[in-house]
Structures are given as structure tokens and as C-alpha cells.
Design a protein around this ligand. Sequence first.
Ligand SMILES: C[S@@+](CC[C@H](N)C(=O)[O-])C[C@H]1O[C@@H](n2cnc3c(N)ncnc32)[C@H](O)[C@@H]1O
Length: 289
Amino acid sequence: MITTAPASGSGEFRFTDDDFRSLAQLAHAEFGLALAESKKPLVYSRIARRLRARNITDFTSYMALLKSPGEAEERLELISALTTNVTSFFREKHHFDTLRKELVPQFEKQPRVRIWSAGCSSGQEAFSIAMTLSDTLSETSLRNARILATDIDPAMIRKASAARYAREDLTTIPADMQKNGTRSCAEDPASFEIATPVQRMVTFGELNLIEAWPFKGPFDAIFCRNVAIYFDHQTQHRLWSRFTGLLRQGGLLFIGHSERVAGPALESLQSAGVTTYRKTVAPRPDPAR
Ligand SMILES: C[S@@+](CC[C@H](N)C(=O)[O-])C[C@H]1O[C@@H](n2cnc3c(N)ncnc32)[C@H](O)[C@@H]1O
């Protein structure tokens, strides 16, 4: 997830244990990130880029900058530097097969379909959901299907909203969905675009998952994959409970390949396949909310 880096002592900037702890506290309080001491050299390498970009010569001054009220954008640069935006169309394809087999037949009987891609990065996950629904749902059901896609990183939301990707990203989209769900890009032959009907199914927005959520659900499915991996256990448990509270009975939660649901949410979820959980009974209220 985080690339290799020079040892913090031998780098271009002084990076003390206190600097690391202060940065880790801020990243935890603002974004729920868990930065273990063992990550210090890796964090150094990521944050050194921000010091260079801002022409700052030491970490203590960078910490002071991060804490100033006018530096909300730099705090977002910090989370971008500490996490990765890696994603692809139909990543962990088995989840889209499960969506198709387990939920689509039920969707045909519902007045509306709502799915959330939480931590959507540059949008490939949300468009993969939209293409799967376009490929399987009747026209009437499709008209009532909406996908909400959120990420903390405004640069990713801008990229997702543009719905334009490099041609090599096409390779993981199944051929029939390439045909109906994408179009070539007249301005740039090295890129392709998502077809307008598929784009219209998705609404993108900025959202920090550890803050309040401005919607109530219920959702038929929530995809939150390869995001919670950055959070400490307590933050993860709370997130799983909050997602469970927003799922309808029988709805599915899809998580990343190296993640597991744990904590109180498990009382209301049962396994429904690889890194997939189905909501069974009403969850306990979250005492922290
Ligand atoms: C590795 S990408 C995962 C993208 C996609 N879900 C997938 O699995 O392909 C992780 C995303 O989580 C976002 N993220 C990290 N912390 C977040 C937070 N506190 N709230 C919302 N999004 C966050 C990052 O900006 C990044 O785009």
C-alpha cells in the first residue's frame, strides 16, 4: 500500500519520533487512519513530497501548517499521500457476479434500487456496478436504479465525474459491457468514456467516512472495498455497524479482499460469499452516534 522509503534518520528532512506521533494523531483524528510506528520510514517518504511541494524545510513546520484553519486542502493532500487510490474496473470480479446473481432478481420486484460505493476513488467501482445493472435489469427497473459514489479525495471525485479513462483500463471490462457501457473519446484516442446512460446512474460526492453521513438509506448494497484497511479496529467496527444500519434487510455489504467484518455488526450480518455479508436482523443502535 505504502511504497518503500529511506530510513527517516538518513533522509533529506529531520523526522523525529515526536513528529511521527503528532502526524499519526492528526491522521487518526481527522481520517481514522491507523499509522503504526513501524510505518515511520514509509510515512516519511510520502510526506517528504508534500514538504518539497510546499517549500517547507522541516516536519515541525509542516505539522503547524496542517493544523492551521486555512489549510483544509493540505489536510486532504495528507490523506492522499498516506493512502492509495489504486482501483480498476471489475476489481474483485466475484462481487459483481454476486450482485448479478443474488440481488438483481430481487431488484426487478422493487420500486427503487440504491447502491453505495463508499471510498470510490476515481469511479471505476461505481461504473462497474452501473454497467452490471445496465446489462441485467429491465428498462423500467433501470430507470429507478441509482448509485451513490463517495470519496474523501476531491481530486478523485473530479476524475470520477469526468468519466474518462485510459484505453488500457478497458481490458478488465467484459466485452459486452464495453460495447454498451463505453464509447470512444473523440478528443483523445488514448482514452475512452463511460456511455451517457451509465454515467447518469451514478452521483459522485465528497465524503469523509468517519464523519456524519448526510443520507439515511436504506441501501440494497454497499461496496466499501480496500478503504477500511487504513483504519484502526475501533474505527472499522464502528464503520461496519454504521453500514449495517443503512442496509435494508437482505442487503449485501462487499468489502476488500484483505478486510474482515468484526465487532457488533456481526450480530446482524451473515457471510454471503467471499468478503460478502448479508444483513439479517435489525442491528443494535450505535451508542457512539
Ligand atoms: C484503494 S482505494 C479503493 C477504491 C475502490 N473501493 C476499490 O476497491 O477499487 C481507497 C480509497 O479510500 C479513500 N479513503 C481513504 N480514507 C477515507 C475516508 N476517511 N473517507 C472516505 N474515503 C477515504 C481514498 O481516498 C481512496 O480513494
